[in-house]
Design a binder for this molecule. Structure first.
Ligand code: ZN
Length: 322
């Protein structure tokens, strides 16, 4: 059985600006009076880095994952008011090299903020020149997927024939919880559906399948939009608390969009803070692999074919992998 993780992150050193970590550190410090953000900042900065991708691939090996789609995030001045040490061009080169070093294991995506001059050329060169396989992750913040300003990027993806991965989880960046569940929230799945209607040739991955509040609306919004698929990353956060509920949601997604449009994904991050004993990727893979028996226990019927489709066959077909 081929296992493909459709959504993961690998970072080189200096890819994220201090402003990003400051906001993580402040959130951490706010949780207790004896915490200060400068205590955690140095550990955060080093914790996500995997300059070769070797540790990340070793983590995939432990979990039985054959291939992962690696996202780039343009976490720079347009979104955070501050550039990272490594400019976007050099980050793209890193993701090109990563894909070559781990051929057939890691497939890299490119993300360049539409507010950067020359963003379309950078994206085109990354895909045509370096062979990157998609655009993402796009994290709508101050714009939505249906925004006219990002339409040229979306049209370029359609022209190049590569998928785009768009974040649809209530919170963005370091504020993952989110509090606005209405359509005013730019990451609401409805904006992705609107985009998909405007650009019907565009292949779109709804990252995180509307986690957690929009799980149903995410599937309903794309039910008649066959070029859109759901990735189930972040739902692994519910593995311990809510396994029967996860089975029920998978069954509902299957009824709404078809099993062929559900992609296994984890949002696994690189670096010592997230891999090795701290990673639950192995259990997430096992959960989907064992869907037929778990489903039977809770009153749902999943076939081995369903599990194979979700775990890898769907992603392979959607991305036209050999
Ligand atoms: Zn995301």
């Amino acid at each position: 059985m081929t296992v493909i993780d459709a959504h993961a992150h690998v970072w080189g050193e200096g890819f994220l600006p201090a402003a990003f970590f400051r906001s993580v550190a402040e959130g951490w410090a706010a949780k207790a009076a004896d915490r200060h953000s400068d205590l955690i900042l140095p550990r955060l900065l080093a914790g996500v880095v995997d300059a070769s991708g070797d540790d990340f691939v070793a983590n995939m090996d432990r979990a039985g994952v054959d291939a992962s789609f690696v996202m780039m995030l343009d976490v720079g001045a347009p979104a955070f008011g501050e550039e990272p040490d490594v400019p976007v061009e050099a980050q793209i080169a890193f993701y090109g090299d990563l894909q070559k070093r781990h051929k057939g294991r890691l497939y890299s995506h490119v993300a360049v903020d539409f507010r950067r001059p020359g963003h379309l050329d950078l994206i085109r060169r990354a895909i045509r020149g370096q062979g990157l396989v998609g655009i993402g992750e796009i994290t709508p913040d101050g714009f939505s997927a249906a925004d006219e300003r990002i339409r040229p990027t979306m049209k370029l993806a359609a022209e190049l024939g590569v998928p785009v991965q768009i974040h649809t989880r209530t919170g963005v960046w370091t504020d993952m919880a989110g509090t606005d569940f209405s359509e005013r929230n730019p990451v609401h799945p409805i904006h992705v559906a609107r985009l998909a209607r405007e650009v019907p040739d565009l292949k779109i991955v709804l990252c995180h399948a509307g986690f957690p509040h929009w799980w149903q609306v995410a599937a309903e919004a794309i039910a008649d939009l066959p070029n859109c698929v759901l990735d189930i990353s972040n739902w692994n956060e519910r593995l311990d608390a809510d396994a029967p509920e996860l089975v029920a949601r998978l069954a509902t997604w299957r009824s709404l969009v078809g099993v062929e449009r559900i992609l296994f994904a984890s949002d696994q991050a690189s670096g010592a803070r997230f891999t090795g004993v701290r990673s639950h990727l192995d259990r997430w893979v096992a959960f989907i692999r064992d869907l037929p028996s778990a489903g039977a226990r809770w009153g749902y019927r999943f076939t081995g074919e369903d599990a194979r489709a979700i775990l890898g066959a769907n992603a392979r077909r959607f991305y036209n992998l050999a």
